[in-house]
Design a binder for this molecule. Structure first.
Ligand SMILES: Cc1ncc(COP(=O)(O)O)c(C=O)c1O
Length: 511
Protein backbone atom coordinates (compact mmCIF):
# COMPACT_ATOMS: atom_id res chain seq x y z
CA UNK A 1 0.00 0.00 0.00
CA UNK A 2 1.29 3.48 -0.79
CA UNK A 3 0.46 6.34 1.52
CA UNK A 4 1.23 9.81 0.29
CA UNK A 5 1.52 12.63 2.77
CA UNK A 6 0.81 16.16 1.71
CA UNK A 7 3.29 17.87 -0.52
CA UNK A 8 5.23 21.07 -0.23
CA UNK A 9 8.20 22.68 1.44
CA UNK A 10 7.80 23.22 5.15
CA UNK A 11 6.64 26.64 6.17
CA UNK A 12 9.49 28.70 7.56
CA UNK A 13 7.13 29.78 10.32
CA UNK A 14 8.06 28.01 13.54
CA UNK A 15 4.66 26.61 14.14
CA UNK A 16 5.19 22.94 13.94
CA UNK A 17 1.47 22.35 13.51
CA UNK A 18 1.80 23.81 10.00
CA UNK A 19 4.87 21.91 8.87
CA UNK A 20 4.23 19.21 6.35
CA UNK A 21 6.75 17.02 4.62
CA UNK A 22 6.55 15.28 1.29
CA UNK A 23 7.11 11.68 2.29
CA UNK A 24 5.98 8.67 0.30
CA UNK A 25 5.81 5.36 2.12
CA UNK A 26 5.72 2.07 0.35
CA UNK A 27 4.78 -0.91 2.49
CA UNK A 28 5.90 -3.38 -0.13
CA UNK A 29 9.46 -2.07 0.01
CA UNK A 30 12.11 -4.12 1.77
CA UNK A 31 13.16 -1.40 4.16
CA UNK A 32 11.01 -0.65 7.19
CA UNK A 33 8.65 2.35 7.36
CA UNK A 34 10.93 3.85 9.97
CA UNK A 35 13.92 3.56 7.61
CA UNK A 36 11.93 5.04 4.72
CA UNK A 37 10.99 8.07 6.84
CA UNK A 38 14.58 8.43 8.01
CA UNK A 39 15.97 8.13 4.47
CA UNK A 40 13.52 10.59 2.94
CA UNK A 41 13.99 13.29 5.59
CA UNK A 42 17.74 12.86 5.39
CA UNK A 43 17.62 13.17 1.60
CA UNK A 44 15.56 16.38 1.89
CA UNK A 45 18.24 17.76 4.21
CA UNK A 46 21.12 16.70 1.99
CA UNK A 47 19.39 18.06 -1.12
CA UNK A 48 18.88 21.38 0.60
CA UNK A 49 15.07 21.12 0.51
CA UNK A 50 15.27 21.37 4.28
CA UNK A 51 17.83 23.76 5.71
CA UNK A 52 19.41 24.41 9.09
CA UNK A 53 16.84 25.42 11.73
CA UNK A 54 13.83 24.58 9.52
CA UNK A 55 11.05 23.30 11.79
CA UNK A 56 9.77 19.72 11.50
CA UNK A 57 6.40 18.28 12.44
CA UNK A 58 6.07 16.74 15.87
CA UNK A 59 6.15 12.95 15.93
CA UNK A 60 2.42 12.99 16.69
CA UNK A 61 1.71 15.13 13.62
CA UNK A 62 4.02 13.05 11.46
CA UNK A 63 2.42 9.78 12.49
CA UNK A 64 -1.03 11.28 11.81
CA UNK A 65 0.06 12.62 8.39
CA UNK A 66 1.61 9.36 7.29
CA UNK A 67 -0.81 6.97 8.92
CA UNK A 68 1.97 5.19 10.83
CA UNK A 69 2.32 4.44 14.51
CA UNK A 70 3.75 7.13 16.74
CA UNK A 71 6.56 4.75 17.67
CA UNK A 72 7.65 4.49 14.02
CA UNK A 73 7.89 8.26 13.78
CA UNK A 74 9.73 8.46 17.12
CA UNK A 75 12.29 5.83 16.03
CA UNK A 76 12.93 7.60 12.72
CA UNK A 77 13.45 10.90 14.56
CA UNK A 78 15.71 9.27 17.14
CA UNK A 79 17.93 7.99 14.37
CA UNK A 80 18.02 11.39 12.66
CA UNK A 81 18.97 12.95 16.01
CA UNK A 82 21.65 10.31 16.68
CA UNK A 83 23.21 11.01 13.28
CA UNK A 84 23.08 14.74 13.84
CA UNK A 85 20.59 15.72 11.12
CA UNK A 86 17.96 17.13 13.44
CA UNK A 87 17.69 18.24 17.04
CA UNK A 88 14.99 18.97 19.53
CA UNK A 89 14.61 22.14 21.55
CA UNK A 90 12.72 21.36 24.74
CA UNK A 91 9.21 22.89 24.75
CA UNK A 92 9.77 24.46 21.32
CA UNK A 93 9.92 21.66 18.77
CA UNK A 94 12.16 19.66 16.44
CA UNK A 95 14.40 21.37 13.89
CA UNK A 96 16.93 20.61 11.21
CA UNK A 97 20.42 20.90 12.75
CA UNK A 98 22.05 24.25 12.04
CA UNK A 99 25.54 22.68 11.64
CA UNK A 100 24.86 20.17 8.92
CA UNK A 101 27.41 17.61 7.81
CA UNK A 102 29.64 17.99 4.82
CA UNK A 103 27.42 16.40 2.20
CA UNK A 104 30.40 15.62 0.01
CA UNK A 105 31.15 12.72 2.35
CA UNK A 106 27.72 11.26 2.25
CA UNK A 107 27.33 9.78 -1.18
CA UNK A 108 26.85 6.04 -1.38
CA UNK A 109 25.59 3.52 -3.85
CA UNK A 110 22.05 3.78 -2.65
CA UNK A 111 22.01 7.48 -2.04
CA UNK A 112 23.84 8.99 -4.94
CA UNK A 113 21.22 11.06 -6.69
CA UNK A 114 20.81 10.50 -10.40
CA UNK A 115 23.25 12.64 -12.36
CA UNK A 116 21.62 15.93 -13.34
CA UNK A 117 20.40 16.18 -16.89
CA UNK A 118 23.17 17.29 -19.20
CA UNK A 119 23.05 21.00 -19.93
CA UNK A 120 22.87 22.26 -23.51
CA UNK A 121 26.46 23.34 -23.18
CA UNK A 122 27.51 19.91 -21.96
CA UNK A 123 25.55 18.20 -24.71
CA UNK A 124 27.17 20.49 -27.21
CA UNK A 125 30.60 19.44 -26.03
CA UNK A 126 29.74 15.75 -26.29
CA UNK A 127 29.67 15.13 -22.54
CA UNK A 128 26.71 12.88 -21.86
CA UNK A 129 25.29 11.44 -18.66
CA UNK A 130 26.33 7.96 -19.69
CA UNK A 131 30.00 8.93 -19.40
CA UNK A 132 29.69 10.11 -15.81
CA UNK A 133 30.27 7.65 -12.97
CA UNK A 134 26.97 6.85 -11.31
CA UNK A 135 28.04 5.19 -8.10
CA UNK A 136 30.50 6.12 -5.37
CA UNK A 137 31.41 4.53 -2.07
CA UNK A 138 31.07 6.08 1.35
CA UNK A 139 34.26 6.78 3.30
CA UNK A 140 33.01 8.40 6.46
CA UNK A 141 29.92 9.82 8.05
CA UNK A 142 30.88 12.88 10.09
CA UNK A 143 27.62 12.72 12.01
CA UNK A 144 28.70 9.55 13.65
CA UNK A 145 31.27 11.57 15.59
CA UNK A 146 28.44 12.29 17.97
CA UNK A 147 27.88 8.66 18.86
CA UNK A 148 28.96 7.24 22.20
CA UNK A 149 30.77 4.42 20.38
CA UNK A 150 31.21 4.06 16.66
CA UNK A 151 32.39 0.75 15.20
CA UNK A 152 32.82 2.34 11.76
CA UNK A 153 34.99 0.12 9.57
CA UNK A 154 38.45 0.77 8.19
CA UNK A 155 39.34 3.76 10.35
CA UNK A 156 42.57 3.71 12.37
CA UNK A 157 42.78 5.28 15.82
CA UNK A 158 43.88 8.93 15.61
CA UNK A 159 45.39 8.50 19.08
CA UNK A 160 47.92 5.99 17.74
CA UNK A 161 49.27 8.13 14.90
CA UNK A 162 53.04 8.58 15.52
CA UNK A 163 52.73 12.35 15.54
CA UNK A 164 56.01 13.21 17.24
CA UNK A 165 58.20 11.18 14.91
CA UNK A 166 56.16 12.25 11.89
CA UNK A 167 56.53 15.96 12.66
CA UNK A 168 60.25 15.54 13.21
CA UNK A 169 60.68 13.88 9.82
CA UNK A 170 58.54 16.47 8.07
CA UNK A 171 60.48 19.33 9.68
CA UNK A 172 63.85 17.78 8.87
CA UNK A 173 62.88 17.23 5.25
CA UNK A 174 61.56 20.75 4.89
CA UNK A 175 64.83 22.14 6.20
CA UNK A 176 66.83 20.32 3.56
CA UNK A 177 64.23 20.45 0.79
CA UNK A 178 66.27 22.60 -1.59
CA UNK A 179 64.42 22.62 -4.90
CA UNK A 180 62.44 19.43 -4.15
CA UNK A 181 59.23 21.32 -3.55
CA UNK A 182 59.64 23.45 -6.63
CA UNK A 183 60.40 20.70 -9.13
CA UNK A 184 58.76 17.60 -10.55
CA UNK A 185 60.22 14.24 -9.71
CA UNK A 186 59.84 10.63 -10.89
CA UNK A 187 56.08 9.94 -11.39
CA UNK A 188 56.72 6.44 -10.01
CA UNK A 189 57.63 7.98 -6.68
CA UNK A 190 60.60 8.77 -4.48
CA UNK A 191 63.30 6.13 -4.87
CA UNK A 192 64.11 6.06 -1.13
CA UNK A 193 60.49 5.24 -0.33
CA UNK A 194 60.31 2.57 -3.02
CA UNK A 195 63.48 1.01 -1.61
CA UNK A 196 62.07 1.03 1.92
CA UNK A 197 58.82 -0.57 0.74
CA UNK A 198 60.64 -3.29 -1.22
CA UNK A 199 62.71 -4.04 1.88
CA UNK A 200 59.57 -4.21 4.04
CA UNK A 201 57.52 -6.37 1.68
CA UNK A 202 59.94 -9.31 1.58
CA UNK A 203 59.84 -10.34 5.23
CA UNK A 204 56.38 -8.89 5.96
CA UNK A 205 54.40 -10.24 3.00
CA UNK A 206 56.67 -12.68 1.18
CA UNK A 207 56.71 -10.33 -1.82
CA UNK A 208 60.17 -10.16 -3.37
CA UNK A 209 60.43 -7.24 -5.77
CA UNK A 210 62.80 -4.53 -7.01
CA UNK A 211 62.16 -0.90 -6.06
CA UNK A 212 61.77 -0.36 -9.82
CA UNK A 213 58.58 -2.41 -9.81
CA UNK A 214 56.97 -0.14 -7.23
CA UNK A 215 54.81 2.84 -8.14
CA UNK A 216 53.81 5.14 -5.30
CA UNK A 217 50.11 6.00 -5.50
CA UNK A 218 47.59 8.05 -3.57
CA UNK A 219 46.26 5.05 -1.65
CA UNK A 220 44.66 1.90 -3.05
CA UNK A 221 41.90 3.95 -4.67
CA UNK A 222 44.45 5.66 -6.90
CA UNK A 223 45.96 2.22 -7.53
CA UNK A 224 42.58 0.84 -8.68
CA UNK A 225 42.36 3.69 -11.16
CA UNK A 226 45.92 3.21 -12.34
CA UNK A 227 45.45 -0.51 -12.93
CA UNK A 228 41.98 -0.03 -14.36
CA UNK A 229 43.06 2.62 -16.83
CA UNK A 230 45.78 0.34 -18.10
CA UNK A 231 43.96 -2.94 -18.24
CA UNK A 232 40.22 -2.34 -18.54
CA UNK A 233 38.64 -1.78 -21.92
CA UNK A 234 34.96 -0.96 -22.29
CA UNK A 235 33.07 -4.25 -22.22
CA UNK A 236 35.97 -6.27 -20.80
CA UNK A 237 35.38 -8.56 -17.82
CA UNK A 238 36.26 -7.57 -14.28
CA UNK A 239 35.94 -10.41 -11.80
CA UNK A 240 34.99 -9.22 -8.32
CA UNK A 241 34.25 -11.08 -5.12
CA UNK A 242 30.58 -11.31 -4.21
CA UNK A 243 30.22 -9.34 -1.98
CA UNK A 244 33.15 -6.99 -2.55
CA UNK A 245 34.60 -3.57 -1.75
CA UNK A 246 32.62 -0.86 -3.53
CA UNK A 247 35.62 1.43 -3.96
CA UNK A 248 37.29 -0.97 -6.40
CA UNK A 249 34.17 -2.28 -8.15
CA UNK A 250 32.86 1.20 -8.92
CA UNK A 251 36.17 2.24 -10.48
CA UNK A 252 36.19 -0.81 -12.74
CA UNK A 253 32.56 -0.22 -13.63
CA UNK A 254 33.21 3.47 -14.35
CA UNK A 255 35.87 2.45 -16.85
CA UNK A 256 33.37 0.35 -18.74
CA UNK A 257 34.15 -3.11 -17.34
CA UNK A 258 31.40 -5.71 -17.03
CA UNK A 259 31.46 -6.83 -13.40
CA UNK A 260 31.51 -10.61 -13.04
CA UNK A 261 30.75 -11.45 -9.39
CA UNK A 262 32.17 -14.71 -8.05
CA UNK A 263 30.81 -15.91 -4.69
CA UNK A 264 33.02 -16.38 -1.66
CA UNK A 265 32.80 -18.98 1.08
CA UNK A 266 34.88 -19.79 4.15
CA UNK A 267 37.93 -20.43 1.92
CA UNK A 268 37.60 -17.20 -0.03
CA UNK A 269 36.80 -16.87 -3.72
CA UNK A 270 35.05 -19.89 -5.21
CA UNK A 271 37.53 -20.38 -8.04
CA UNK A 272 35.34 -22.99 -9.74
CA UNK A 273 33.08 -20.11 -10.77
CA UNK A 274 35.74 -18.02 -12.51
CA UNK A 275 34.76 -17.10 -16.06
CA UNK A 276 36.34 -18.84 -19.01
CA UNK A 277 37.17 -15.65 -20.89
CA UNK A 278 40.50 -14.22 -21.97
CA UNK A 279 42.00 -10.98 -20.73
CA UNK A 280 39.92 -10.35 -17.60
CA UNK A 281 41.02 -8.40 -14.54
CA UNK A 282 40.21 -9.99 -11.17
CA UNK A 283 39.98 -7.83 -8.05
CA UNK A 284 40.52 -9.85 -4.85
CA UNK A 285 41.26 -9.38 -1.13
CA UNK A 286 42.84 -12.76 -0.27
CA UNK A 287 44.35 -11.94 3.15
CA UNK A 288 41.18 -10.59 4.75
CA UNK A 289 38.26 -10.67 2.35
CA UNK A 290 36.38 -7.40 2.25
CA UNK A 291 33.77 -7.31 3.73
CA UNK A 292 33.40 -10.81 5.21
CA UNK A 293 36.94 -11.23 6.53
CA UNK A 294 37.71 -14.81 5.44
CA UNK A 295 41.19 -15.77 4.22
CA UNK A 296 41.66 -17.39 0.82
CA UNK A 297 43.02 -20.93 1.21
CA UNK A 298 46.35 -21.87 -0.31
CA UNK A 299 44.68 -24.30 -2.70
CA UNK A 300 42.36 -21.57 -4.00
CA UNK A 301 45.29 -19.16 -4.37
CA UNK A 302 47.14 -21.63 -6.51
CA UNK A 303 44.04 -22.28 -8.62
CA UNK A 304 43.41 -18.56 -9.05
CA UNK A 305 46.98 -18.03 -10.24
CA UNK A 306 46.76 -20.86 -12.74
CA UNK A 307 43.42 -19.51 -14.03
CA UNK A 308 45.12 -16.14 -14.60
CA UNK A 309 47.97 -17.77 -16.49
CA UNK A 310 45.63 -19.91 -18.58
CA UNK A 311 43.29 -17.04 -19.48
CA UNK A 312 45.86 -14.28 -19.77
CA UNK A 313 44.22 -12.40 -16.92
CA UNK A 314 45.68 -10.05 -14.35
CA UNK A 315 44.84 -10.23 -10.66
CA UNK A 316 44.60 -7.06 -8.63
CA UNK A 317 45.48 -8.09 -5.06
CA UNK A 318 44.25 -5.57 -2.50
CA UNK A 319 46.27 -6.22 0.68
CA UNK A 320 44.70 -3.30 2.51
CA UNK A 321 44.92 -4.39 6.17
CA UNK A 322 47.36 -7.29 6.13
CA UNK A 323 49.71 -5.64 8.63
CA UNK A 324 47.39 -6.93 11.29
CA UNK A 325 47.38 -10.68 11.68
CA UNK A 326 46.50 -11.86 15.16
CA UNK A 327 46.65 -15.63 14.78
CA UNK A 328 49.71 -17.57 13.64
CA UNK A 329 52.46 -16.14 11.46
CA UNK A 330 51.83 -13.60 8.68
CA UNK A 331 50.42 -15.17 5.54
CA UNK A 332 52.32 -14.83 2.31
CA UNK A 333 50.52 -12.51 -0.05
CA UNK A 334 49.18 -13.94 -3.31
CA UNK A 335 51.88 -11.92 -5.05
CA UNK A 336 54.46 -13.95 -3.12
CA UNK A 337 53.27 -17.10 -4.93
CA UNK A 338 53.08 -15.48 -8.34
CA UNK A 339 55.63 -17.19 -10.58
CA UNK A 340 54.18 -15.95 -13.89
CA UNK A 341 53.80 -12.28 -12.98
CA UNK A 342 50.02 -12.20 -13.19
CA UNK A 343 49.49 -10.36 -9.88
CA UNK A 344 49.46 -6.61 -9.39
CA UNK A 345 49.89 -6.02 -5.68
CA UNK A 346 48.30 -3.02 -3.95
CA UNK A 347 49.34 -1.86 -0.51
CA UNK A 348 48.30 1.21 1.44
CA UNK A 349 49.49 3.30 4.37
CA UNK A 350 45.87 4.26 5.04
CA UNK A 351 45.34 1.52 7.61
CA UNK A 352 48.69 1.28 9.38
CA UNK A 353 49.26 5.07 9.43
CA UNK A 354 46.21 7.02 8.29
CA UNK A 355 44.12 7.68 5.17
CA UNK A 356 44.85 11.40 5.45
CA UNK A 357 48.34 10.75 4.08
CA UNK A 358 46.94 9.41 0.80
CA UNK A 359 49.92 7.12 0.29
CA UNK A 360 49.98 3.62 -1.07
CA UNK A 361 51.90 1.55 -3.58
CA UNK A 362 51.49 -0.80 -6.49
CA UNK A 363 53.93 -3.62 -7.23
CA UNK A 364 53.74 -4.11 -10.98
CA UNK A 365 54.74 -7.13 -13.04
CA UNK A 366 58.08 -6.35 -14.69
CA UNK A 367 56.65 -6.27 -18.21
CA UNK A 368 54.13 -3.58 -17.19
CA UNK A 369 56.42 -1.30 -15.16
CA UNK A 370 57.02 1.19 -17.92
CA UNK A 371 53.32 1.39 -18.80
CA UNK A 372 52.44 1.94 -15.14
CA UNK A 373 54.97 4.75 -14.85
CA UNK A 374 53.62 6.45 -17.99
CA UNK A 375 50.03 6.07 -16.88
CA UNK A 376 50.82 7.50 -13.47
CA UNK A 377 52.32 10.49 -15.25
CA UNK A 378 49.19 10.92 -17.36
CA UNK A 379 47.04 10.73 -14.27
CA UNK A 380 48.80 13.13 -11.91
CA UNK A 381 52.61 13.31 -12.34
CA UNK A 382 53.11 11.38 -9.11
CA UNK A 383 52.53 11.95 -5.39
CA UNK A 384 53.57 14.74 -3.03
CA UNK A 385 57.32 14.72 -2.37
CA UNK A 386 57.14 15.78 1.29
CA UNK A 387 54.96 12.93 2.58
CA UNK A 388 56.90 10.39 0.55
CA UNK A 389 60.16 11.67 2.00
CA UNK A 390 58.86 11.61 5.58
CA UNK A 391 57.48 8.10 5.09
CA UNK A 392 60.80 6.91 3.65
CA UNK A 393 62.65 8.24 6.71
CA UNK A 394 60.06 6.81 9.09
CA UNK A 395 60.56 3.39 7.51
CA UNK A 396 64.34 3.54 7.17
CA UNK A 397 64.81 4.57 10.82
CA UNK A 398 63.04 1.43 12.06
CA UNK A 399 60.22 3.50 13.60
CA UNK A 400 57.65 2.10 11.16
CA UNK A 401 58.43 -1.47 12.24
CA UNK A 402 58.12 -0.52 15.91
CA UNK A 403 54.90 1.39 15.25
CA UNK A 404 53.42 -1.65 13.51
CA UNK A 405 54.33 -3.98 16.37
CA UNK A 406 52.84 -1.59 18.89
CA UNK A 407 49.53 -1.04 17.15
CA UNK A 408 49.22 -4.71 16.20
CA UNK A 409 49.35 -5.59 19.90
CA UNK A 410 46.89 -2.83 20.77
CA UNK A 411 44.49 -3.85 18.03
CA UNK A 412 44.69 -7.48 19.15
CA UNK A 413 43.65 -6.39 22.65
CA UNK A 414 40.76 -4.41 21.19
CA UNK A 415 39.68 -7.32 19.05
CA UNK A 416 39.75 -9.53 22.17
CA UNK A 417 37.72 -6.92 24.03
CA UNK A 418 35.12 -6.93 21.26
CA UNK A 419 34.92 -10.72 21.13
CA UNK A 420 34.63 -10.77 24.93
CA UNK A 421 31.89 -8.13 24.96
CA UNK A 422 29.89 -9.87 22.23
CA UNK A 423 30.11 -13.11 24.15
CA UNK A 424 29.16 -11.45 27.43
CA UNK A 425 26.10 -9.67 26.06
CA UNK A 426 24.90 -12.04 23.34
CA UNK A 427 26.29 -15.47 24.30
CA UNK A 428 27.91 -17.68 21.65
CA UNK A 429 28.38 -15.60 18.47
CA UNK A 430 29.23 -16.74 14.96
CA UNK A 431 32.03 -14.40 13.95
CA UNK A 432 34.12 -14.13 10.77
CA UNK A 433 37.39 -12.42 10.00
CA UNK A 434 38.60 -12.07 13.58
CA UNK A 435 42.05 -13.55 12.85
CA UNK A 436 43.22 -10.45 11.01
CA UNK A 437 42.54 -6.88 10.04
CA UNK A 438 40.66 -4.00 11.53
CA UNK A 439 37.10 -5.25 11.49
CA UNK A 440 35.19 -8.43 12.14
CA UNK A 441 31.77 -9.60 11.09
CA UNK A 442 29.05 -11.03 13.29
CA UNK A 443 26.46 -13.27 11.69
CA UNK A 444 23.27 -12.31 13.47
CA UNK A 445 21.52 -15.31 14.99
CA UNK A 446 18.03 -16.37 14.00
CA UNK A 447 15.36 -14.35 15.72
CA UNK A 448 17.41 -11.16 15.51
CA UNK A 449 16.30 -8.39 13.16
CA UNK A 450 18.28 -7.79 9.96
CA UNK A 451 21.68 -6.05 10.05
CA UNK A 452 20.09 -2.90 8.66
CA UNK A 453 17.54 -2.86 11.48
CA UNK A 454 20.16 -3.61 14.13
CA UNK A 455 22.22 -0.73 12.72
CA UNK A 456 19.22 1.59 13.01
CA UNK A 457 18.48 0.54 16.58
CA UNK A 458 22.15 0.94 17.45
CA UNK A 459 22.29 4.46 16.03
CA UNK A 460 19.22 5.44 17.99
CA UNK A 461 21.03 4.22 21.11
CA UNK A 462 24.22 6.10 20.24
CA UNK A 463 26.16 3.12 18.84
CA UNK A 464 27.39 2.84 15.28
CA UNK A 465 27.64 -0.60 13.71
CA UNK A 466 27.63 -1.24 9.97
CA UNK A 467 25.42 -3.31 7.74
CA UNK A 468 27.31 -4.34 4.60
CA UNK A 469 25.98 -1.42 2.53
CA UNK A 470 27.03 1.12 5.18
CA UNK A 471 30.43 -0.57 5.29
CA UNK A 472 30.98 0.15 1.56
CA UNK A 473 30.37 -3.44 0.53
CA UNK A 474 28.68 -4.23 -2.75
CA UNK A 475 26.29 -7.19 -2.86
CA UNK A 476 25.19 -8.89 -6.06
CA UNK A 477 22.94 -11.62 -4.72
CA UNK A 478 20.10 -10.74 -2.40
CA UNK A 479 20.04 -14.33 -1.16
CA UNK A 480 23.70 -14.39 -0.15
CA UNK A 481 22.89 -13.97 3.55
CA UNK A 482 24.65 -10.60 3.61
CA UNK A 483 21.64 -8.96 5.23
CA UNK A 484 22.46 -10.95 8.40
CA UNK A 485 26.06 -9.73 8.59
CA UNK A 486 27.02 -6.89 10.87
CA UNK A 487 30.45 -5.28 10.61
CA UNK A 488 32.40 -3.97 13.60
CA UNK A 489 35.52 -1.87 13.07
CA UNK A 490 37.25 -2.27 16.43
CA UNK A 491 40.62 -0.55 16.23
CA UNK A 492 39.59 3.07 16.79
CA UNK A 493 37.86 2.42 20.12
CA UNK A 494 39.41 1.79 23.52
CA UNK A 495 38.47 -1.41 25.36
CA UNK A 496 36.20 0.63 27.61
CA UNK A 497 34.45 2.22 24.62
CA UNK A 498 34.04 -1.21 23.04
CA UNK A 499 32.38 -2.64 26.16
CA UNK A 500 30.15 0.43 26.45
CA UNK A 501 29.15 0.20 22.78
CA UNK A 502 28.27 -3.49 22.84
CA UNK A 503 26.41 -3.10 26.11
CA UNK A 504 24.31 -0.25 24.66
CA UNK A 505 23.64 -2.28 21.54
CA UNK A 506 22.45 -5.21 23.66
CA UNK A 507 20.14 -2.89 25.61
CA UNK A 508 18.78 -1.40 22.40
CA UNK A 509 18.03 -4.83 20.98
CA UNK A 510 16.31 -5.98 24.14
CA UNK A 511 14.24 -2.81 24.48
C1 LIG B 1 39.00 -3.15 0.90
C2 LIG B 1 39.68 -1.83 0.94
N1 LIG B 1 40.70 -1.60 0.12
C3 LIG B 1 41.38 -0.45 0.16
C4 LIG B 1 41.02 0.54 1.02
C5 LIG B 1 41.91 1.74 1.22
O1 LIG B 1 41.81 2.69 0.34
P1 LIG B 1 42.91 3.84 0.31
O2 LIG B 1 44.27 3.20 0.35
O3 LIG B 1 42.62 4.50 -0.98
O4 LIG B 1 42.72 4.75 1.48
C6 LIG B 1 39.90 0.40 1.83
C7 LIG B 1 39.45 1.50 2.68
O5 LIG B 1 38.53 1.45 3.43
C8 LIG B 1 39.24 -0.83 1.80
O6 LIG B 1 38.21 -1.06 2.63
Amino acid sequence: MMSIATLGRPSPVVRSGHVQLSIILNESEKSTLQTQIFDQIRTMILNGQLRGDDPLPTTRELSAQLGVSRNTAVLAYERLIAEGYIRTKPYVGTFVSPDLPDTAFLSSAAETPAAPAATDEAQGSGVGEETLPQRTHRLADPNRRRLAADFWVGRPDARTFPMKAWSQHIKARLKSAGSKLTSYSDPAGLLELRQAIAKHLGPARGVVCDPDQIIIVGGCQDGFNLVGRLLVKPGSTAVVESPCYQGAAFVLESLGAKLHPVPIDKDGLDVTQLPHVKGAVAYVTPSHQYPVGVTMSLQRRIELLSWATQYDAYIMEDDYDSDFRFVGSPLTALKGLDRNERVIYLGTFSKCMGPGLRLGYVVAPRRLVDSFRRMKMLMNNGQSWLEQAAMADFMASGEFGRHLRRIRQLYRERRDALLGALHKHFGECEVYGEQAGMHLVWKLPEGFPSAEEVEAKGLAAGVGVCSLATGSALRFDKNDGGDRLLMFGFVALSEKEIEEGVSRLAQALKG
